[in-house]
Write a new protein. Sequence first.
Length: 385
Amino acid sequence: MTVESTATRKPRRSAGSKAKGADPDLVQLLTPEGKRVKNAKTAPYDKYVAGITPDELRGLYRDMVLTRRFDAEATALQRQGELGLWASLLGQEAAQIGSGRATREDDYVFPTYREHGVAWCRGVDPTNLLGMFRGVNHGGWDPTTNNFHLYTIVIGSQTLHATGYAMGVTMDGADSAVVAYFGDGASSQGDVAESFTFSAVYNAPVVFFCQNNQWAISEPTEKQTRVPLYQRAQGYGFPGVRVDGNDVLACLAVTKWALERARNGEGPTLVEAYTYRMGAHTTSDDPTKYRADEERESWEAKDPILRLRRYLEASNHADEGFFAELEAESEALGRRVREAVRAMPDPDRFALFEHVYADGHALVDEERAQFAAYQASFADEEGGK
């Protein structure tokens, strides 16, 4: 008997992604065919998008298209050696744009490292997202300008930051809210569990927005939980909702509902956006090693951008002129991003010693001097040749 190698073994499918009937717990306002859904399940959320205008619908579509174009350009730049790494959001545009557009200007957002669409909604220039992945800065934007925190690489830790910030909002008597983004993999981290505990006990105005894209790198969801992720909220004493993460209208409505609860003093909510990561976890990953092609193909049929386009066309809310103009804008964005990345200057080598302590520190001063001497040694060697 022979044992198949990992490279040749047929990838297993996630139990959470197998073909099945309609999920009775899933809040969906637009079907994959672009048809509007109204039923008992959608009733609590319909009012949050009841007054949405054709302009706003086209805006949501534009947001998703431009975010995807930016993401594709960043992936290409990494492949060309211009970025060290990139975490793609391909397939998760509706979850991010819908939830991002639900926030108010005075709300505060804590992302992980894949929330490029949310950053777009918060007004962060997409070129600023790339500095960290190019290795020239630690984030590239001031979090206080857009109430959008810097990307967090440590998995799940930003949920604690968000909870603490939300507790402070309550103590300040403000009516703003906080959104913490994380993935299905992060839901297994202890930091997330602690965040749920503290936010519930202190009734913090925070929305935990989990993008369940089915795979924590190569680990399927069924290896992390025996119940749907949104049900975990019950054990902590606050509501959990599962929303179709490929439906931008549903994500918009459910997040607005959750943010309203937070502002009204009703405490935290867990939103599980059930979606799919179309590409690799990052550009260092090869998803063909652990998942089957037919799984991706089944989710491509639920593409969030195509879904809204079908709705726009069926409702006569957009014509070919709109789509052609957006295509031109999309290409222009790609060119701008590419040129901006290649023009980024190298960082000051001594910047890593700045802002380590508020008032400076003798050890940091010593390390800076040692590093300066080390750098100078190269110049001495070149001068001696």
